[in-house]
Design a protein around this ligand. Structure first.
Ligand code: GRF
Length: 190
Protein backbone atom coordinates (compact mmCIF):
# COMPACT_ATOMS: atom_id res chain seq x y z
CA UNK A 1 0.00 0.00 0.00
CA UNK A 2 1.13 3.57 -0.75
CA UNK A 3 0.84 6.70 1.35
CA UNK A 4 1.14 10.06 -0.38
CA UNK A 5 2.26 13.32 1.24
CA UNK A 6 1.05 16.54 -0.38
CA UNK A 7 1.04 20.31 0.14
CA UNK A 8 -0.56 21.82 -2.94
CA UNK A 9 -2.33 21.16 -6.21
CA UNK A 10 -1.79 17.41 -6.22
CA UNK A 11 -1.51 16.78 -9.96
CA UNK A 12 1.08 14.07 -9.21
CA UNK A 13 -1.29 12.52 -6.68
CA UNK A 14 -3.94 12.53 -9.43
CA UNK A 15 -1.53 10.74 -11.77
CA UNK A 16 -0.99 8.03 -9.12
CA UNK A 17 -4.75 7.70 -8.61
CA UNK A 18 -5.41 7.55 -12.36
CA UNK A 19 -2.72 4.88 -12.75
CA UNK A 20 -4.76 2.70 -10.38
CA UNK A 21 -2.02 2.43 -7.75
CA UNK A 22 -3.11 1.20 -4.30
CA UNK A 23 -3.19 4.40 -2.22
CA UNK A 24 -4.44 3.86 1.34
CA UNK A 25 -3.86 7.33 2.78
CA UNK A 26 -3.03 10.92 1.81
CA UNK A 27 -1.52 13.27 4.39
CA UNK A 28 -0.94 17.01 4.04
CA UNK A 29 0.91 19.62 6.07
CA UNK A 30 -1.81 22.19 5.30
CA UNK A 31 -5.55 21.85 5.32
CA UNK A 32 -6.13 24.01 2.24
CA UNK A 33 -4.11 21.74 -0.10
CA UNK A 34 -6.26 21.09 -3.19
CA UNK A 35 -4.71 17.62 -3.30
CA UNK A 36 -6.89 16.69 -0.29
CA UNK A 37 -9.98 17.29 -2.37
CA UNK A 38 -8.65 15.01 -5.11
CA UNK A 39 -8.04 12.29 -2.49
CA UNK A 40 -11.51 12.66 -0.96
CA UNK A 41 -13.10 12.45 -4.40
CA UNK A 42 -11.23 9.20 -4.97
CA UNK A 43 -12.47 7.88 -1.61
CA UNK A 44 -9.00 7.82 -0.05
CA UNK A 45 -8.64 8.55 3.71
CA UNK A 46 -6.96 11.92 4.38
CA UNK A 47 -5.32 13.59 7.37
CA UNK A 48 -3.72 16.97 8.02
CA UNK A 49 -0.56 17.26 10.12
CA UNK A 50 0.04 21.00 10.46
CA UNK A 51 3.13 22.17 12.30
CA UNK A 52 0.98 24.47 14.45
CA UNK A 53 -0.55 21.45 16.22
CA UNK A 54 2.72 19.77 17.23
CA UNK A 55 5.58 20.56 19.58
CA UNK A 56 8.23 20.00 16.91
CA UNK A 57 8.73 18.85 13.33
CA UNK A 58 10.00 15.47 14.61
CA UNK A 59 6.92 15.03 16.78
CA UNK A 60 4.65 15.84 13.82
CA UNK A 61 6.55 13.40 11.60
CA UNK A 62 6.26 10.59 14.19
CA UNK A 63 2.49 11.03 14.35
CA UNK A 64 2.25 11.16 10.58
CA UNK A 65 4.31 7.94 10.27
CA UNK A 66 2.03 6.24 12.79
CA UNK A 67 -1.09 7.30 10.87
CA UNK A 68 0.40 5.97 7.63
CA UNK A 69 1.40 2.67 9.28
CA UNK A 70 -2.12 2.32 10.67
CA UNK A 71 -3.33 2.57 7.07
CA UNK A 72 -1.02 -0.25 5.96
CA UNK A 73 1.42 2.00 4.13
CA UNK A 74 4.73 0.44 3.05
CA UNK A 75 5.86 3.00 0.46
CA UNK A 76 5.57 6.78 0.94
CA UNK A 77 5.46 9.14 -2.04
CA UNK A 78 6.18 12.85 -1.64
CA UNK A 79 4.06 14.41 -4.37
CA UNK A 80 4.60 18.15 -4.12
CA UNK A 81 5.18 17.91 -0.36
CA UNK A 82 6.91 21.15 0.63
CA UNK A 83 8.50 20.17 3.96
CA UNK A 84 11.68 18.20 4.57
CA UNK A 85 10.96 14.90 6.29
CA UNK A 86 12.93 14.25 9.47
CA UNK A 87 14.91 11.19 10.57
CA UNK A 88 12.16 9.87 12.93
CA UNK A 89 9.92 9.60 9.86
CA UNK A 90 12.54 8.13 7.52
CA UNK A 91 13.53 5.32 9.92
CA UNK A 92 9.95 4.06 9.87
CA UNK A 93 10.07 3.54 6.07
CA UNK A 94 13.71 2.70 5.31
CA UNK A 95 14.52 3.19 1.60
CA UNK A 96 10.80 3.44 0.95
CA UNK A 97 10.24 7.20 0.71
CA UNK A 98 10.22 8.58 -2.84
CA UNK A 99 10.15 12.13 -4.17
CA UNK A 100 9.57 13.65 -7.59
CA UNK A 101 11.51 16.79 -8.51
CA UNK A 102 11.37 19.00 -11.63
CA UNK A 103 15.07 19.04 -12.58
CA UNK A 104 17.92 16.68 -13.35
CA UNK A 105 19.24 16.47 -9.78
CA UNK A 106 21.75 17.31 -8.41
CA UNK A 107 21.18 20.39 -10.59
CA UNK A 108 18.62 22.88 -9.25
CA UNK A 109 17.38 21.42 -5.95
CA UNK A 110 14.78 23.34 -3.95
CA UNK A 111 11.59 25.23 -4.63
CA UNK A 112 12.32 27.05 -7.90
CA UNK A 113 13.94 24.38 -10.06
CA UNK A 114 12.19 25.23 -13.32
CA UNK A 115 12.83 28.99 -13.14
CA UNK A 116 16.44 28.36 -12.12
CA UNK A 117 17.03 26.11 -15.13
CA UNK A 118 15.64 28.81 -17.43
CA UNK A 119 17.71 31.53 -15.75
CA UNK A 120 20.87 29.41 -15.97
CA UNK A 121 20.40 29.12 -19.74
CA UNK A 122 20.82 25.33 -19.84
CA UNK A 123 19.55 23.55 -22.98
CA UNK A 124 18.10 20.63 -21.04
CA UNK A 125 16.52 20.14 -17.65
CA UNK A 126 14.16 17.32 -16.68
CA UNK A 127 12.55 15.22 -14.00
CA UNK A 128 14.08 13.11 -11.23
CA UNK A 129 12.44 10.47 -9.06
CA UNK A 130 14.65 9.66 -6.10
CA UNK A 131 14.74 8.06 -2.67
CA UNK A 132 14.48 10.61 0.11
CA UNK A 133 17.06 11.25 2.80
CA UNK A 134 17.29 14.13 5.26
CA UNK A 135 18.71 16.56 2.68
CA UNK A 136 16.97 18.94 0.32
CA UNK A 137 16.29 16.91 -2.85
CA UNK A 138 19.24 14.61 -2.17
CA UNK A 139 19.14 10.80 -1.93
CA UNK A 140 19.78 8.06 -4.52
CA UNK A 141 18.30 8.68 -7.96
CA UNK A 142 15.86 6.01 -9.14
CA UNK A 143 14.98 7.48 -12.54
CA UNK A 144 15.65 10.62 -14.57
CA UNK A 145 14.34 11.90 -17.86
CA UNK A 146 15.61 14.94 -19.73
CA UNK A 147 13.31 17.65 -21.08
CA UNK A 148 14.51 20.25 -23.62
CA UNK A 149 14.11 23.77 -22.20
CA UNK A 150 12.97 25.53 -25.39
CA UNK A 151 10.33 26.76 -25.88
CA UNK A 152 10.27 28.12 -22.30
CA UNK A 153 6.57 29.04 -22.54
CA UNK A 154 5.61 25.36 -22.44
CA UNK A 155 8.45 24.03 -20.29
CA UNK A 156 6.48 23.76 -17.06
CA UNK A 157 3.65 21.91 -18.79
CA UNK A 158 6.06 19.50 -20.50
CA UNK A 159 7.90 18.82 -17.24
CA UNK A 160 4.65 18.05 -15.44
CA UNK A 161 3.60 15.69 -18.23
CA UNK A 162 6.86 13.75 -17.74
CA UNK A 163 6.37 13.73 -13.94
CA UNK A 164 2.87 12.34 -14.32
CA UNK A 165 4.17 9.45 -16.44
CA UNK A 166 7.46 8.75 -14.63
CA UNK A 167 6.29 8.83 -11.00
CA UNK A 168 3.57 6.15 -11.34
CA UNK A 169 5.99 3.95 -13.35
CA UNK A 170 8.70 4.12 -10.68
CA UNK A 171 6.22 3.63 -7.83
CA UNK A 172 4.74 0.60 -9.58
CA UNK A 173 8.16 -1.00 -9.91
CA UNK A 174 8.93 -0.30 -6.23
CA UNK A 175 5.66 -2.00 -5.25
CA UNK A 176 6.61 -5.02 -7.37
CA UNK A 177 10.09 -5.15 -5.80
CA UNK A 178 8.59 -4.95 -2.30
CA UNK A 179 6.16 -7.78 -3.15
CA UNK A 180 8.96 -9.94 -4.59
CA UNK A 181 11.09 -9.31 -1.50
CA UNK A 182 8.18 -10.25 0.81
CA UNK A 183 7.43 -13.45 -1.15
CA UNK A 184 11.11 -14.49 -1.22
CA UNK A 185 11.54 -13.78 2.49
CA UNK A 186 8.43 -15.70 3.49
CA UNK A 187 9.55 -18.68 1.34
CA UNK A 188 12.95 -18.60 3.02
CA UNK A 189 11.35 -18.55 6.47
CA UNK A 190 8.87 -21.40 5.82
C1 GRF B 1 5.91 19.07 -8.90
O1 GRF B 1 6.53 19.81 -9.91
C2 GRF B 1 6.92 18.25 -8.15
O2 GRF B 1 7.98 17.84 -8.94
C3 GRF B 1 7.43 19.21 -7.11
O3 GRF B 1 6.29 19.96 -6.73
C4 GRF B 1 5.36 19.98 -7.82
C5 GRF B 1 4.06 19.49 -7.26
O4 GRF B 1 2.98 19.58 -8.14
N1 GRF B 1 8.08 18.51 -6.03
P1 GRF B 1 1.61 18.85 -7.79
O5 GRF B 1 1.16 19.32 -6.40
O6 GRF B 1 1.81 17.37 -7.81
O7 GRF B 1 0.65 19.32 -8.85
Amino acid sequence: MIGVLVSGNGSNLQALIDAGLPISGVAANRKDAFALQRAREAGIPVAVFGLDCHASREERDRMMATWLEEHGVEIVVLAGYMHLVTRPFLVRFPNRVVNVHPSLLPAFPGLHAIEQAIDAGVAETGVTVHLVDEGLDTGPVLRQEAVVVAPVETLEERIHAVEHRLLPEVVRSLINETATFATTTSKEIS
